[in-house]
Design a protein around this ligand. Structure first.
Ligand code: SF4
Ligand code: SF4
Length: 432
């Protein structure tokens, strides 16, 4: 291997063992769209190997293929010899950052995304856009037609905006309805607080109704997934330490999140900080407490809702829930508890939706191709509701649904459970 004087590079067995069998090609969304070897897991492994061994320069073209990967992890699961091309693509981004750090990433992930108050300020224009009725006007007057297709799709990603971020509204402690049977921590993710506050408010209501007293520390920072996606592993470690230290101050046995992406990263903290002497035990203790909301709810004696929702529903598996956490039965079982809901399994329910955080912005064409494939699968079920427990997936799917002129509601499973508990129709919850 060429001399790369770096703190961290992928180990050789992460790429040397590839037998080039091609089994990963069939499951890769980026390869499926272009049938181009360099856009495949096998191609990315070969590129990483050549780059790390010095046969190819670690050029921007080579690294671009790593950024074009959705990190959906389908290839990790398919590989018979244990190569993890998805992880390798992320690690290569970190390699590049160590060689050639980009200043904007420090500003974005350290200075903005890692600071909740600044994020709230930065997203204020979106809340104003909705609160003063501008968004309604944009739709009513068909102003969106004047936008470029990418801007139109990005606008369509926006969920109904809350008047205030949930972080500012939710108390530190929410008491259980009746006797406290569980004392749980709630990790309120950035997207959940800023964009999907109705969902997380529903999560807290459902938990309280099921005997949980919920502690929501307000100073949590980003889970670290966006920084990891852009090669800033150092910032992931920083965010992880901040979040661990916060939850050490509260007496809870379980830490719940209703964001699949946050959950997968929080569960990794133990591994991420395993090499840091003072943090190895603390991070492992933290990660073992983390549970996705559907995982937790299906592990307790859950109150059966008495309300009905008469609709056809289908479910999309977020990669960060099914592939990263092995959770796929629980959200389905939650939905199946609700009277009136007719559950229809969609084809390719665990095929990536094309979001991968920011691919609609950075790799628009591929992202929309993959998104349209997902929407076609949703359409084939004739569902009126598509449910999924990841804000990134929800935004992507909502955009795809609007783009294809469909009228399908996109919601988190826990929100449907909350509605069934309160016997309310969807629109009643849309009032903030
Ligand atoms: S499935 Fe694994 S071994 Fe086979 S080509 Fe893909 S990465 Fe290489
Ligand atoms: S993570 Fe997904 S997009 Fe990336 S190489 Fe693997 S299958 Fe393809």
């Amino acid at each position: 291997m060429t001399e790369l004087n770096l703190l961290k590079i992928p180990s050789e067995n992460e790429y040397l063992n590839c037998i080039r069998c091609g089994l990963c090609l069939a499951v890769c969304p980026t390869y499926r769209e272009y049938l181009d070897e360099t856009a495949s897991p096998r191609g990315r492994v070969a590129l990483a190997r050549k780059g790390l061994e010095g046969e190819l320069e670690l050029s921007s073209n080579l690294i671009e293929q790593m950024y074009a990967c959705f990190a959906c992890m389908a290839c990790n699961d398919a590989c018979p010899v244990g190569i993890h091309p998805a992880d390798l693509a992320i690690e290569m981004r970190f390699v590049q950052e160590q060689i050639k750090p980009a200043a904007w990433k420090e500003k974005l992930f350290g200075g903005l995304i890692g600071r909740p108050a600044k994020m709230e300020l930065a997203t204020l224009p979106l809340r104003i856009y909705e609160a003063i009725g501008l968004r309604k006007l944009v739709y009513a007057l068909a102003i969106r037609r004047l936008f470029s297709s990418q801007l139109r799709d990005m606008e369509a990603m926006l969920p109904h905006q809350p008047t205030r971020p949930l972080r500012q509204v939710l108390p530190l402690e929410t008491k259980a309805v009746g006797e406290t049977r569980y004392r749980v921590g709630f990790f309120l993710g950035c997207a959940q607080s800023l964009m999907f506050s109705e969902e997380s408010a529903a999560t807290v209501r459902v938990l309280a109704r099921n005997g949980c007293t919920i502690i929501t520390p307000k100073e949590t920072v980003c889970c670290g997934m966006p920084a990891a996606g852009y090669g800033r592993q150092d910032l992931v470690e920083k965010h992880a330490k901040q979040n661990i230290a916060l939850f050490e101050k509260v007496d809870v046995d379980t830490i719940i999140t209703d964001c699949a992406t946050c959950g997968s990263k929080l569960k990794e903290y133990g591994e991420i900080l395993a090499h840091v002497p003072d943090w190895a035990e603390r991070s492992a203790a933290f990660s073992t407490k983390v549970q996705d909301i559907s995982q937790f709810l299906m592990s307790i004696p859950l109150e059966k809702p008495t309300g009905r929702i008469d609709a056809r529903v289908t479910y999309h598996d977020p990669c960060h829930l099914k592939r990263a956490q092995g959770i796929w039965k629980e959200p389905r079982n939650l939905l199946k508890m609700i009277a009136g809901l007719e559950f229809i399994e969609m084809p390719e329910s665990d095929w990536c939706c094309g979001s991968a955080g920011s691919q609609l912005i950075t790799h628009y064409e591929t992202s929309t191709r993959v998104m349209d494939r997902k929407v076609e699968n949703i359409r084939s079920t004739r569902a009126e509701i598509v449910s999924s427990g990841c804000p990134g997936c929800q935004m992507q799917i909502a955009s795809g649904i609007r783009r294809n002129n469909l009228a399908i509601e996109v919601v988190h499973p826990v929100q449907l459970l909350d509605r069934a508990y309160h016997n309310l129709e969807g629109d009643e919850w849309k009032k903030d």
